[in-house]
Design a protein around this ligand. Structure first.
Ligand SMILES: [Zn+2]
Length: 76
């Protein structure tokens, strides 16, 4: 079984600082990120917006629901 400790960025891969740029998938092709979260009642309650790709170490901004162009603040 893999743990988070198995996902140190590969020093052979280039990494970039895209802090402030919302990304779902890293430029290296990975869609897995290291991110700081808190939990409440067995679900993610909050998360920090800065994140780091687990494969190459590139930094980016985590997406949030209001970032979605189809997001509606108030549902009917
Ligand atoms: Zn990456």
């Amino acid at each position: 079984m893999m743990t988070i400790l198995d996902f140190e960025p590969d020093p052979e891969l280039p990494s970039f600082d895209f802090s402030g740029i919302i990304m779902h998938e890293c430029i290296c092709g990975s869609d897995m990120w290291k991110i700081v979260v808190s939990f409440k009642e067995y679900e993610i309650a909050s998360y920090m917006l800065d994140m780091e790709c687990i494969h190459c170490g590139t930094r980016a901004k985590a997406p949030t629901p209001p970032d979605n162009p189809e997001y509606e603040e108030y549902n009917d």
